[in-house]
Design a binder for this molecule. Structure first.
Ligand SMILES: Nc1nc2c(c(=O)[nH]1)N=C([C@H](O)[C@H](O)COP(=O)(O)OP(=O)(O)OP(=O)(O)O)CN2
Ligand SMILES: [Zn+2]
Length: 133
C-alpha cells in the first residue's frame, strides 16, 4: 500500500460555545475570532503499474483546491453542512467534500500550529474501499 498526502492551509473566522470553567476563555471563543488552520488529506492505495501512480497528485491537488475555496476567508458558522465549527467537524466536512471525487481518502487532519491543537479523522474502512488500486 502507498499513502499520498496533500497539505493546505486556510484562514477562517468562527464562534464557538464551550463548556469551560474559564469565563474569559469561554467569552473569547463566543466572540467572532479567526484562526489559521492547517489541513492534510491522505489517500491510500496500490500503484497502477502502467502509470506508476496511486493517483495523479495533480488531481488530488485540484480537488483539494476546490474544498479550500469553500473554507478560506469564510465565516465557518455559515458554511452549509459543516455544523458546529470545530476541528472535528472540519475534518468531516473536508472528507465528505473530497470523497465523491477522490476515492480512498483514509485520513483527514486539521490543526492549528499556534495552539498545537490537532484532530485526525479516519473513516471506517468500508467507506474507503474501492479507492485507487
Ligand atoms: N475538541 C475541540 N476543542 C476545541 C476546539 C475544537 O475545534 N475541538 N476549538 C476550540 C476553539 O477554536 C478555540 O477558539 C481555541 O481556543 P484556545 O484553545 O483558547 O486557543 P486560541 O484562541 O489561543 O487559539 P489560537 O489557535 O492560538 O488562535 C477550543 N476547543
Ligand atoms: Zn476558535
Amino acid at each position: 500500500m502507498f499513502e499520498l498526502s496533500q497539505s493546505f492551509y486556510f484562514e477562517a473566522a468562527h464562534t464557538l460555545r464551550r463548556n469551560v470553567d474559564d469565563a474569559t476563555e469561554a467569552a473569547g471563543s463566543r466572540r467572532i475570532h479567526g484562526h489559521t488552520y492547517q489541513a492534510e488529506v491522505t489517500v491510500c492505495g496500490q500503484r497502477d503499474p502502467a502509470t506508476g501512480m496511486v493517483l495523479d497528485l495533480a488531481l488530488l491537488r485540484a480537488v483539494v483546491a476546490r474544498v479550500r475555496t469553500t473554507l478560506d476567508h469564510h465565516f465557518l458558522d455559515e458554511i452549509e453542512g459543516l455544523g458546529v465549527p470545530t476541528l472535528e467537524n472540519l475534518c468531516l466536512y473536508i472528507h465528505r467534500s473530497l470523497a465523491a471525487a477522490v476515492p480512498g481518502v483514509t485520513q483527514v487532519s486539521v490543526w492549528r500550529e499556534s495552539s498545537g491543537d490537532r484532530c485526525t479523522y479516519r473513516p471506517d474502512r468500508s467507506s474507503t474501499a474501492g479507492g485507487p488500486r
